[in-house]
Design a protein around this ligand. Structure first.
Ligand code: PHE
Length: 338
């Protein structure tokens, strides 16, 4: 009899290993634990064995019943655990895509600009955001009280001398380049600039410029036009319609601005181009002899040109965004498109 009980235990252990869900657990229970189950069958056989052997065999049988009951309880628990999702990994589920960021459209534009000018031999130079009056204005041929200072409404920093400010353009980097590097100089100077202007669909109080500077012997206005034209065609495509228009900057003489055909209305006139059909993208000119002199460069030997772009403006043209503020709101519905 003891042997039969041992055999049943082996069968029960094998069956236990097969339990993996509620249905197989129920099959196991029905096979072993119910009234017509295997255990009860052996209990019934107890009647046929001699009286003195009954207690010992009864004890072994009882142990086996307890083993089956506790195994069923723990199998049940682990099946319920699986269903509540705790500590289970369904390897067949599709994975979650990690949220990967991407380069902001303004940075994408800057990278493209740097790339194009690097291809024409320009290096990249950077300056500082907080400047003094000398580098932001004076050395650039803006005498004190000159009305041209009103072209750029400046944020001054509250200090005793009153000559510290957030740079209103990247041109102070030109001064630093010319003062500390001997010609030939061929650099672009990207950076953040600040102006005390009302924030509108076309302008911000804080934005980015890329300035360019080329100083060498015999540099002419033709070089300036060739460089800007080559840049504009690489940036906007060969079919771009653009024009150079005479302008004024204290630090360049002669000066010009470059307008391109409005990308929104194709030149018919709209809100963005103020109904002119043209959008100004760039200021430029031949570096003023006074500026060269201020930086210790002899204007009788060297000449050069400078130009400056607003990066946000270029980004608007490249993306078709018609409100400059959309570039700073970090609205994912906008940013995801570029
Ligand atoms: N610094 C000028 C501005 O911000 C742009 C410019 C740069 C014009 C270089 C001419 C030459 O308006």
């Amino acid at each position: 009899m003891i042997e039969t009980i041992q055999q049943l235990r082996t069968v029960i252990e094998q069956d236990l290993a097969m339990i993996h869900d509620a249905a197989s657990l129920e099959t196991f229970r029905l096979k072993h634990l119910v009234k017509k189950g295997t255990l009860q069958e052996l209990v019934d056989q107890l009647r046929t064995i001699p009286k003195e052997e009954k207690p010992a065999i009864g004890k072994v049988l009882n142990e086996l019943r307890q083993f089956v009951e506790s195994s069923i309880a723990s199998a049940k628990e682990s099946i319920e655990h699986q269903h509540s999702g705790i500590e289970t990994i369904d390897v067949t589920l599709p994975g979650l895509l990690p949220a990967i960021g991407h380069v902001h459209p303004i940075r994408q534009t800057l990278d493209r600009i740097v790339d194009i000018f690097a291809g024409m031999g320009f290096s990249v130079a950077e300056g500082i955001d907080i400047e003094d009056d000398y580098h932001n204005y004076e050395a650039l041929n803006f005498p004190a009280d000159h009305p041209a200072r009103d072209m750029q409404d400046t944020f001054f920093i509250d200090d005793a001398a009153g000559d510290v400010m957030l740079r209103s353009h990247t041109s102070p980097v030109q001064i630093r380049m010319m003062k500390y590097h001997a010609p030939p100089i061929r650099s672009i100077m990207p950076g953040r600039v600040y102006r005390n202007e009302a924030v509108t669909a076309r302008s911000l109080a804080e934005f980015h410029q890329v300035e360019g500077l080329y100083i060498d012997k015999g540099v002419t206005f033709a070089d300036l036009k060739g460089t800007i034209t080559s840049f504009a065609k690489q940036m906007y495509g060969e079919s771009l319609i653009f024009k150079f228009r005479p302008s004024y900057f204290p630090f360049t003489e002669p000066s010009a601005e470059v307008d391109i055909n409005c990308y929104l209305c194709s030149g018919k006139g709209c809100k963005v181009c103020k109904h002119s059909g043209w959008l100004e993208i760039c200021g430029c000119g031949m570096v003023h002899p006074n500026v060269l002199r201020n930086c210790g460069i002899d204007p009788d030997i060297y000449s050069g040109f400078a130009f400056g772009f607003g990066i946000e403006r270029v980004t608007m043209l490249a993306t078709g965004i018609d409100d400059i503020r959309a570039l700073y709101e970090n609205d994912m519905r906008v940013l995801r498109q570029f």
